[in-house]
Design a binder for this molecule. Sequence first.
Ligand code: DON
Length: 598
Amino acid sequence: MLTFYRSLTHPKQLTVYCLLLTACYLPLAAFCQEVKESKGVYQFLTEDPTQKPFFSDRQGVVGKNGMVASAHPEASRVGVEILQKGGNATDAAVAVQFALAVVHPSAGNIGGGGFLVYRTKKGKNYTLDFREKAPLQGHKDMYLDADGNVIQGLSMTGHLASGVPGSVDGMVKIHQKFCKLPWTELLQPAIDLAEKGVVLTAREAAGLNRIKNDLKKLNPNTTYFLRQDGRDWHLGDTLIQADLGKTLRRIQAQGRAGFYEGETATLLVKEMQRGKGIISAQDLQQYQSAWRKAIVGQYKGYKLITMPPVSSGGVALMQLMKLVEPYPLKRWGWHADSTLQVMIEAERRVYADRAKFLGDPDFVKVPIKQLTSTDYLRQRWQDFSFDKATDSKAVKGGDIAGYESTETTHFSIVDKDGNAVAITTTLNGGYGSRIVVEGAGFFMNNEMDDFSIKPGVPNMFGLIGNKANAIAPSKRMLSSMTPTIIEKDKKLYMVVGTPGGSTIITSVFQTILNVLEHGMTMQQSVNALKFHHQWLPDKTLFENGAFTENTIKRLQARGYILEMQRNTIGRMDCILVRPDGSLEGGSDPRGDDTSVGY
Ligand code: DON
């Protein structure tokens, strides 16, 4: 019997069964229905019963009234305190965004941007795009030399790497539309953390030590983020950020004008001029975040609400879900060969589409409907065979270098009434451009690298792009951030998201499937080991232990290039509504991430 179960995950035998059963061509969905159900197949079916699919055994946090899952325990605490004071999920979100800018400076920010997906307790949905924009003086060749070659590093480090920040405008817009508590109250916890100091975790201390040289090189004479005695930071040290506190007080007192005008704006523009940056006072005055229509789609009985362009995340996630929907992933089991093949091949095709079609909808037409339509996605499977990996070059051309993992941050919040917030926000790389605005104490983003700085040339995540994502004045750069909310039976079911650059989309995809198909709890799904394929480079990265030795051998025999990832994949912060209505926070043990509920 066991052999029979195994054979269900073995492509050749599977094909034989199907041929016997059908004896003629059947459409894809029917093909999948013909796979025999086996009694006793368990959730995480793998050949090796000792294999643990989890990065850690961390347990989820359960709360009855509200939950905040974020990258830092202090930020989650701030969020829950706001909920307990009578704030709703958006009140808590604004407070958490500002708190993260203080306690998690590698990714939390006021000098960056992000996306909100919001579902009200009544089921209405909203998305806000507070992504950075290219400065007015930006142009498509701004990172190329006279011969048209990319000037290495210019879009990643230093003053020219920054887009016009959107986070403060985003928070102001969220506050105007949805919040209950006064703006001043939502800023106060972040101000307290900046002025009184935050106790560093080991991870935060190590992050600051890692960028010490860059900080000194790029910000001569700076004292920001450096210990007074010049030594390295340690776990338990207190980081005080007095100038950031003053900047936050200006934002607290003046709202939008406290950042985009007056002293903060003057300091920011002066900082730009010091390093030949091009963000001007006009850029800051003109910046506006934008309400957008969510991408909404069905996966089996579930409704997904996710971020539209200029994030590629929502379109890509919908494509991935729809591509795998006809296949019996649950029956095949978690990380069984066939499950992996189908997911990897879906990822390959979706990232090829991303490179070709996705860009700022204010500048280019993105064919969202077509890309997510059943007909189109069915066509995308035409060249797929279980016998052999598809060659990425046959999907689309190109050959590129590897990529590194850096930081962004995601948080999920649900309040006592069931309003739900998913926000992913970023400076792009860890600590962004590594430029700190002198006098204002915050890091600027290096989001310009998310543009396609030259067609076909990979960005820091190895992602390539084309004209749709070329730089133009005031245009937004393409993103992979995928804040997502899921409904089941018209009720709130799950809130998900993560950092991870190009791996964001695939991590969100897997985290959702782990719950919907493989019966994991929220925390198990976050703990579960992840993998990633992005079309180019043509290889599948996986976390140590994610695939069994036998699976690796068999996939390799079918032409898959597999590479164990030295770093971890994803830092998910998610919430699941349990059958009894209580909330399970799942926060990633790969980071300092913490869920706090009440
Ligand atoms: O918007 C994007 O897709 C990237 N700027 C996100 C960067 C990121 O997630 C880095 N983190 N790990």
